[in-house]
Each structure stands twice: as structure tokens, then as C-alpha cells.
Design a protein around this ligand. Structure first.
Ligand SMILES: [Mg+2]
Length: 182
């Protein structure tokens, strides 16, 4: 089984436009495509896991999500990067009954591992929110919190053991340095 890089999308790969429903609003963060291309070149599976509560809240549809995601992947492809898989949680945080797939829930990671032969305990959990890195605690991997210019300041509250970096490029540097050391 292989270690994977689990990446958050909004605020980590693309500018977080909040409930983004329009493909024309997609803007890659600087260096994101090159960073993902480095993971591709290293042979590490890149899996996006993203909370998309805008669907459950009725702000946009599954089709809108797919259109935005297609735009993200087209921009990444133009930068020489590809995603190996994408998983999204469509539920609102107050959904009844509560779902298990909204991060920090681990259901999507467990599903990805089963479908792609991934070793969750050796994988990386990368995002701009504490809920993105929290699954590492339950699953045994390592979390990396990216600041990415976010104003919510969650990086300041990162627990011990979670690396805090500026952006996805730095996160990938941490991942590949650890891979080289093994
Ligand atoms: Mg995010």
C-alpha cells in the first residue's frame, strides 16, 4: 500500500471564494500546480478531499460542483499536474442524521484508501483548516497546515505534531523531504 497526499481544495489548491459555484471564479493559488506536479513526479498519489456544504445548504448543485472541479483540473493540467482522485462531502454541518464524511470525519479518507490501496497511517493530510489536518490524529498519518494567506488564523492554533507552512509548495517540500529520509 502506498502513502498518499490528501489535499484540501478551497484555500489550499485554489483561492477560497466561499461556496464557489462558478467555474470562472476558479483561481489556482500561486505554485499549486507545480507543487502537485512534484508529487506526481515522485509517484505519490494525490487525492483531494473537500467539504462542499454549499450543496447541502442549497447554495449550488452537484453539477455546479462538477463544473468547478473540472475547471480546477483543467488549470492544473495546464500546469502539468493531475489529481489521482477527488472525494467530496456534500452535506451541511447540521445535517440530520450527521454524516461521517464531512471533515474532520474520516469516512472519505477510509473510502479512498480502500479504492486506491492507500496506507492511511503513512499518508499526509494537508489543508488550511484544523479540520483538514485532524484526520491525521485518528488515522495515524501526518498533518500539514498551510497558511495560504488565509485570515482565519487557524495556523496559530495548530496542535503539536502538525507542521505549519506558508503554502502548498512548502507542504510538498516537507512531504518529499520526509520521503527522501526514509
Ligand atoms: Mg480549505
Amino acid at each position: 500500500m502506498r502513502a498518499a497526499a490528501f489535499l484540501d481544495r478551497d484555500g489550499t489548491i485554489i483561492h477560497d471564494a466561499h461556496y464557489l459555484a462558478d467555474p470562472d471564479g476558479v483561481r489556482l493559488l500561486p505554485g499549486a500546480a507545480a507543487a502537485i506536479a512534484r508529487l506526481n513526479a515522485a509517484g505519490m498519489p494525490v487525492v483531494v478531499v473537500t467539504n462542499q456544504s454549499g450543496i447541502g445548504r442549497g447554495y449550488f448543485t452537484e453539477g455546479d460542483f462538477r463544473a468547478v472541479q473540472a475547471r480546477v483540473e483543467a488549470l492544473l493540467a495546464a500546469g502539468g499536474a493531475r489529481l489521482d482522485a477527488v472525494y467530496h462531502c456534500p452535506h451541511a454541518p447540521d445535517a440530520e442524521p450527521a454524516c461521517g464524511c464531512r471533515k474532520p470525519g474520516v469516512e472519505l479518507f477510509v473510502r479512498a484508501a480502500a479504492e486506491h490501496g492507500l496506507d492511511l497511517a503513512r499518508s499526509w493530510y494537508v489543508g488550511d483548516r484544523l479540520r483538514d489536518v485532524a484526520p491525521a490524529e485518528r488515522l495515524g498519518g501526518r498533518g500539514i497546515l498551510v497558511r495560504a494567506g488565509a485570515e482565519h488564523g487557524e495556523a496559530e492554533r495548530a496542535p503539536a505534531g502538525v507542521a505549519v507552512v506558508e503554502d502548498l509548495a512548502e507542504a510538498v517540500e516537507v512531504v518529499l523531504a520526509a520521503a527522501r529520509a526514509n
